[in-house]
Design a protein around this ligand. Structure first.
Ligand code: SF4
Length: 496
């Protein structure tokens, strides 16, 4: 096991403490192979870094190609000589190692920075709305800590991120983690460092937790099997790691919670668990009951009213966030008067160019204009957000008003937000369209269907123009649209 703590270890710890424990001590034979999408992320990250440095109009020392030991020596030497910008250096103490993309001289010392091919702050669309990213903060804090210990830190400047939008984001490590958590980012770094050292010394053994990060993690199969075996509480939809950790000392498994007498746990509107209300624990207990009882069926929590429009459209976009490009608008058109017929309409950007992206958007909008009356179904706010962004970039294609009208509740239904989450319960571990449609017996034609895989296929299509990749993307998108129709059929059945 390595003796030092690196920025990558802290990054992983913030994403999932179990990942760090398994990376140190887990059986290597149980690792999944790294997915093509993750490899693409690495490649894109490197390419973006080179491109950014290539555009820099200041000289810099480039240490990337040196071997580790030489790199460390040269970094120290360059800092002693007062080099303005050091790219690809390596700094260390006895217990910490940092490889900041950049060391920039400010006054008599240095600050560290990283180049990231994503946004430097959380998206304003996310729950965390525009905050500094914790997993970036702990990395920058580690570099800052090492520079401080080496006596090379400039204290009145902040470490920084150069991000995909060409912005420099300062990371003031005294900033609070969030409005509800007034620990500073530096406090978080120190706690993460302690916890990682505790894991290394085998004093702590964090539990796995079923969460969105698992999809791209190389321990996903191993953890999934463990979670099932442990009947872990995170298998309850939307319960998550933080709530599981709060409940765990009292109820450890899905079956425990399903059978729990809540007297003594619930007090009025509150519970004995911090930040979990009585209403929330009852909701999770109902979900636990569904998972624990063999043969459980999904049910409606409240009546749903579904449109009786004859023409139904099921709409799904494919986007590549790294290129900031929407490359496919797919629609299944279903006429309820001819229930056995459905037609797939696809509007595809053959290249990730502005012109092609605009054309695909234009064709999708013209397709919608060509229909008389319809109801449009989509799954989560992502389609609406994407079309709003496209409208801002290509206002000649459609007005803001037209896009808002498209998603007006009288003609458009977000099946995930407005129906599944609000009004139904399912005996599944999450509410993704993949999980629900699979539960209902639908099978994607592709063996490894996912939005991440689609991005990787698109990347290869752009590079090779292999028509099989294009067709794979279209088939996958079509199946996503059909999956929504399968779900809608089931919801209609439940509403009878
Ligand atoms: S699969 Fe999930 S729980 Fe397991 S280590 Fe990875 S992120 Fe953590």
């Amino acid at each position: 096991m390595q003796n030092t703590v690196t920025a990558a270890i802290l990054y992983n710890y913030v994403q999932c403490p179990r990942r760090v424990q398994l990376d140190f001590l887990g059986p290597p034979s149980k690792k999944n192979r790294v997915s093509a999408f993750v490899r693409l992320l690495w490649e894109r990250g490197n390419a973006f870094e080179h491109e950014t440095m290539g555009k820099l109009d200041e000289p810099f020392a480039d240490l990337r190609s040196l071997k580790l030991r030489e790199k460390e020596q040269q970094t120290l030497r360059m800092m002693r000589l007062g080099e303005k910008i050091i790219y690809g250096g390596r700094i260390r103490t006895d217990t910490l190692v940092g490889e900041p993309d950049l060391l920039v001289r400010k006054g008599s010392g240095y600050v560290a920075g990283d180049i990231k091919s994503g946004a430097g702050i959380e998206s304003p669309d996310d729950e965390s709305g525009g905050k500094l990213k914790l997993h970036y903060a702990v990395q920058l804090a580690l570099y800052t800590d090492i520079l401080g210990q080496l006596g090379s830190l400039t204290r009145n400047h902040f470490p920084f991120i150069w991000d995909a939008h060409g912005q420099e984001i300062d990371y003031d490590l005294d900033t609070s983690i969030s409005k509800r958590d007034n620990r500073s980012l530096w406090n978080l770094y120190e706690e993460c460092l302690d916890a990682v050292n505790g894991i290394k010394r085998r004093e702590q053994e964090p539990l796995a937790a079923f969460c969105s990060v698992c999809k791209l993690c190389h321990w996903r199969s191993h953890c999934r099997a463990q979670l099932k075996q442990d009947d872990d509480l995170t298998l309850i939809p939307e319960l998550g790691r933080a709530k599981r950790d709060a409940i765990y000392p009292h109820r450890k498994t899905v079956h425990d919670l399903a059978q729990a007498d809540l007297t003594g746990i619930v007090h009025g509107k509150k519970t004995i668990f911090p930040r979990i209300s009585a209403k929330t624990i009852r909701r999770f207990q109902a979900r636990a009951g569904l998972l624990a009882r063999p043969g459980s069926q999904p049910y409606l929590k409240e009546p749903i009213t579904l449109s009786d429009a004859d023409i139904e459209l099921f709409f799904d976009v494919e986007t590549d966030p790294m290129r900031d490009c929407c490359y496919l608008h797919g629609f299944i058109e279903h006429n309820r008067l001819k229930p056995d017929e459905e037609t797939y309409h696809a509007f595809f950007a053959d290249q990730p160019t502005e012109q092609q992206e605009r054309n695909a958007f234009d064709q999708a909008i013209n397709f919608l204009r060509s229909l008389d009356a319809y109801v449009i179904y989509y799954y989560s706010h992502y389609e609406r957000t994407t079309l709003r962004k496209l409208q801002k970039r290509f206002p000649d294609v459609a007005s803001e008003e037209e896009i808002e009208n498209l998603f007006s509740p009288s003609v458009a239904v977000d099946l995930y937000t407005d129906v599944v989450r609000k009004k139904t319960e399912w005996p599944t571990n999450d509410y993704s369209i993949k999980t629900l449609a699979t539960y209902l017996g639908f099978k994607w034609r592709d063996k490894e269907p996912s939005g991440a895989a689609s991005i990787e296929w698109y990347h290869r299509w752009v590079e090779t123009q292999d028509s099989r990749l294009r067709q794979r993307i279209l088939d996958y998108n079509e199946d996503d649209c059909i999956a929504m129709r399968v779900l809608l059929d089931a919801l209609r059945g439940m509403a009878k």
